[in-house]
Design a protein around this ligand. Sequence first.
Ligand SMILES: C[S@@+](CC[C@H](N)C(=O)[O-])C[C@H]1O[C@@H](n2cnc3c(N)ncnc32)[C@H](O)[C@@H]1O
Length: 338
Amino acid sequence: MLSEVLAALRPSDGGLYVDATFGAGGYTTALLQTADCGVVAFDRDVEAISAAQPKSKLFKPRLTLVESSFGNMEKELHARDIASVDGIVFDLGVSSMQIDDEERGFSFQKDGPLDMRMEGANSKRPSAADIVNEFDEDILANIFFLLGEEKKSRAVAKEICRARIEGPITTTLQLASIVEKALGPSARKYKIHPATRSFMALRIFVNSELEELIAGLRAAERLLKPGGRLVVVSFHSLEDRIVKKFMAARSKDQTTRSRHLPVSQESQDILTFTPVRGVSKKPSEDEIAHNARARSSILRVVERNDAPAQKELTGEDLGLSSALINLLSEKGGHDALV
Ligand SMILES: C[S@@+](CC[C@H](N)C(=O)[O-])C[C@H]1O[C@@H](n2cnc3c(N)ncnc32)[C@H](O)[C@@H]1O
């Protein structure tokens, strides 16, 4: 999506942009090479930030790296005396570097510690292993169902609880085979690996990905200058639904506007963004041929207008079900849902 993202952000000389998800730095590098602009790049992954040090020297002083979640973006920018920016891009999810390194515990195809924390193994948040070994069966089932759309979520949770009686579940392949067993032989008929949904659900839960996304979108509304663009690339329907609802609620784009928002609320809304048309939402066939993971990506973009930022949208406004809000709230530690 690189060329589509650049076309959407339109970097210009003297501008300041936020790359909320630095990863391997592809978007940041392209921004810095396209215009004589500055980039503040966030990543919560300590390894991504340390691998970026040579790049930071190369682009000094135009590149500022911040090892932090983008949910803290506003605080981090204010701490650097930055009150507003000309564009913000989010490229959500995990990087190839993270998936391909079995020590990070994201992959069900390679054996490694069942970790999945984007910050790395020194993070204070519970790891995937902590969750599968300690959480109640009901909560586990809700995680797999609500965050992974796993239809047999109860069977998966039950098999996990049965298996952990024999000893803790500590590795990715151990969990993958427990999930396979729970789903039975019929699950092997499908194109995707039987553990795909359960692993994705756990990863989203472990990293508070939905809460982070909501916090990041809210911050973007306050930080963008009039004319600044918010560009989001998402990879699964749960996160895309949040982005779509947020943009529709704030820009009243009739093509994506929720039919469920009360009319009274629509008429009272002060819109803070305008829709941007003519930007391709899907990656090109060429990109898909080179990178199979790009197939499910979707890009959305809106442009900030000069209206003041509005009262924050809640999880409910953004289409999260009450069951999902309850599940995420029980975990605590994030105030992005209310
Ligand atoms: C899909 S990759 C980004 C790839 C990047 N656009 C590039 O060109 O290399 C996502 C990156 O975002 C980071 N990330 C995910 N959620 C984050 C969050 N809430 N705050 C900060 N970084 C996050 C991950 O650690 C990962 O490195």
